[in-house]
Design a protein around this ligand. Structure first.
Ligand SMILES: Nc1ncnc2c1ncn2[C@@H]1O[C@H](COP(=O)(O)OP(=O)(O)O)[C@@H](O)[C@H]1O
Ligand SMILES: [Mg+2]
Length: 253
């Protein structure tokens, strides 16, 4: 089974950036193949990774609900659609959940989709799931449990409280099988010592911080994929050092 790493946290804190860098890290470490799952309905992990997105699972779900299976069995149809949603790259593939469900019952469609995604996940060594603010819809992607939860936060107390809540919720929902770590992103200058203390108080382990990086911000503004910044970029270096620390040695063998 693939090791599943979920990235969560409030909006705009740097989740997608961390997810993109994590995909690159795993590929560079030879821990491939990796499946990058964009679980944000406002898909943009593809931009961070430098890929085009043609079709999402949301589109497939709509077609299925409308009964547009073109005479195929539903199983075959969804399998074909899931494959069409898959964007292939060097060492990894990307799939996006896309738009949320409309009105009406999507149970049957979701059931088939989850089964098909579970089957797909079996082809990969690692799954990296970039979430929306919460993690509620992770159960719509796969029935697999999350082996590692990375909660991203900006260095403010408010955002950290939200992050700690996400970690707590994941534990309560029973979807977390392993550890949860906090990553502080977009940190200017040195990390205020109070923040490490607050993290400890909130019951999440602080894995490290990623600096607020001008080159990263510029790349994003110019529409360049931020996961492809040079290896000596301070944000890339900091993120990789965090991944070195949080990915257990047992998973690297
Ligand atoms: N370490 C960083 N330094 C500078 N800008 C960053 C950093 N991390 C993220 N950003 C920028 O902040 C914005 C939000 O980041 P993003 O990863 O999309 O957050 P989220 O997925 O949590 O909404 C993007 O424009 C991104 O390029
Ligand atoms: Mg995002």
């Amino acid at each position: 089974m693939a090791y599943t790493i979920a990235v969560a946290g409030k909006g705009g804190v740097g989740k997608t950036t961390v997810s993109g860098l994590l995909v690159r890290y795993l590929v560079e470490q030879g821990l491939k193949p990796v499946l990058a799952v964009d679980a944000d309905s406002n898909s943009n992990l593809n931009e961070v990774l430098g890929l085009e997105l043609n079709m999402t699972l949301g589109d497939a779900r709509e077609d299925m609900k409308k009964g547009q299976s073109h005479g195929m069995t539903k199983n075959l149809f969804i399998e074909m659609r899931v494959n069409q949603c898959l964007e292939e790259a060097e060492g990894f593939d990307l799939i996006a959940m896309g738009r949320p469900e409309g009105a009406g019952c999507y149970c049957a469609a979701n059931h088939l989709l989850t089964a098909s995604m579970d089957q797909l996940a079996g082809n990969y060594r690692f799954l990296v799931v970039d979430n929306e603010a919460g993690m509620e819809h992770i159960s719509r992607v796969t029935t697999q449990r999350v082996d590692l939860l990375l909660v991203v936060s900006d260095p403010s107390r408010r955002s950290m409280t939200a992050a700690a809540r996400v970690a707590e919720l994941a534990k309560e929902m029973g979807i977390l099988a392993g550890d949860a770590f906090l990553i502080l992103s977009m940190v200017r200058g040195e990390l205020a010592p109070e923040l490490s203390a607050s993290a400890a108080e909130m019951g999440v382990e602080l894995a490290g911080f990623i600096p607020d990086d001008e080159a990263l911000a510029q790349a994003d503004l110019q529409g360049r994929p931020t996961s492809k910044l040079p290896a000596d970029n301070p944000a890339v270096k900091a993120a990789f050092a965090i991944f070195d620390k949080v990915i257990p040695a047992a998973w690297r063998q």
